[in-house]
Design a protein around this ligand. Structure first.
Ligand SMILES: [Zn+2]
Length: 367
């Protein structure tokens, strides 16, 4: 944020271009060094998870607002206001910010820098060569060291929004306004894929979507972990299914379902013979798979903000964990564990610190 004062050095570099851009539309600036945007590297900042401030208002944006306001000159502010189209000059200033000009350009620049790295199709970028990390700690490649194994995996080590977590009933906030889950799933062609560290069903066509806060998240794939990654009141269950969705900006929303030992799961049953066969082959065409066949069994769910549970541990993932624990048979668990590569029979990341994150529980008002 900026208040009126001496000119900002970064704007000054491009002020002439700002003044001439209005009629042209876009201008080539040559090389611009983002390090020229000055702020104290050790300055205090506010951190929260929000959205883009212009349509499509995509959520899951990690915001960092520097506490200290810097200065921009009247001429600079005027130049930026003059340059935009008529009627847009006041759009970002609010009355309570009388002397503070929100320099949205800087934020857009930061977003354009940070979005591709934060959200660069992490679903596709999920590590597929598992030889680079393990779930066992013995070899130095275990979960405690994931953040040190690759420069793009740092969030695994120092992130503050990591998953999985324990969902402790006494600490959750009941939140009826979250509303019931809006799923619009439909059958689509899919493949079964042995990713080494897990077995996944990947949809190749339009398999529908999950809608959260009016944002569409397209269904991409689902995969299994054994034992469960999330725990309920410190109880770890036999298995966990992750249903992964992605919005048009690359933001991710995952639904997790926990399983205990019992009757066979009907969704796994449909593809059990393929799971048993995929080991050596790597990929099997499944034909049409209807994601509606994944049974939820409950409308109650936990909601919190976390990360991918495998490297690069990308943060900003909207998690939905169903409260109902479903069942899976011993044979089904065994088949999934046998199919993955050696050493990945147990593929659950340990629970992570919450760092004060709220966990919400949705349950319908009238039961
Ligand atoms: Zn997962």
């Amino acid at each position: 944020m900026y208040k009126l004062g001496s000119p900002d050095a970064f704007i000054e570099q491009i002020l002439d271009h700002i003044k001439s851009v209005k009629t042209v539309g876009s201008l080539d600036l040559g090389e611009i060094n983002p390090a020229d945007i000055k702020f104290q590297s050790r300055s205090e900042y506010y951190r929260y998870v929000g959205s883009l401030t212009i349509p499509p208002c995509t959520e899951g944006v990690i915001w960092t607002i520097l506490k200290e306001a810097r200065t921009a000159s009247k001429e600079q502010i005027l130049a930026l206001r003059e340059a935009v189209h008529d009627g847009m000059m006041e759009i970002h200033s609010k009355s309570y910010m009388k002397f503070v000009f929100t320099f949205i350009f800087t934020f857009l620049l930061f977003l354009s820098i940070s979005l591709p790295t934060t959200f660069a199709s992490p679903v596709e970028n999920e590590v597929e060569d598992e030889s680079h990390f393990t779930y066992k700690e013995l070899n130095g490649k275990g979960p405690k060291n994931w953040g040190r194994l690759n420069s793009t995996w740092k969030a695994c080590g120092n992130g503050k929004l990591q998953s999985p977590i324990d969902l402790l009933n006494e600490r959750v906030q009941i939140f009826p306004t979250l509303g019931k889950l809006k799923r619009g799933y439909k059958p689509a062609p899919a493949i079964l894929k042995n990713r080494g560290h897990d077995i996944a069903v990947e949809w190749k066509g339009d398999a529908g979507k999950l809608v959260i806060n009016n944002t569409d998240y397209e269904l991409k794939q689902c995969h299994w972990h054994s034992p469960s990654e999330h725990t309920l009141n410190n109880t770890r269950y036999k298995q966990e299914l992750h249903i992964v969705h992605q919005n048009s900006e690359g933001g991710i929303a995952v639904i997790g379902i926990l399983y205990k030992l019992g009757r066979p799961d009907t969704f796994i049953d449909q593809i059990l013979h393929h799971i048993k066969a995929v080991g050596a082959i790597g990929e099997i065409d499944l034909g049409e798979i209807d994601p509606k066949d994944i049974k939820f069994g409950s409308r109650k769910y936990y909601r919190y903000l976390g990360s991918l549970t495998v490297p690069p541990c990308t943060e900003g993932v909207i998690w939905t964990i169903l409260k109902k624990v479903r069942t899976v048979s011993k044979e089904q668990i065994h088949a999934l564990r046998e199919a993955v590569h050696d050493g990945f029979e147990e593929n659950a990341r340990p629970t992570q610190w919450k760092h004060g994150r709220p966990v919400y529980l949705y349950r319908p008002k009238a039961v």
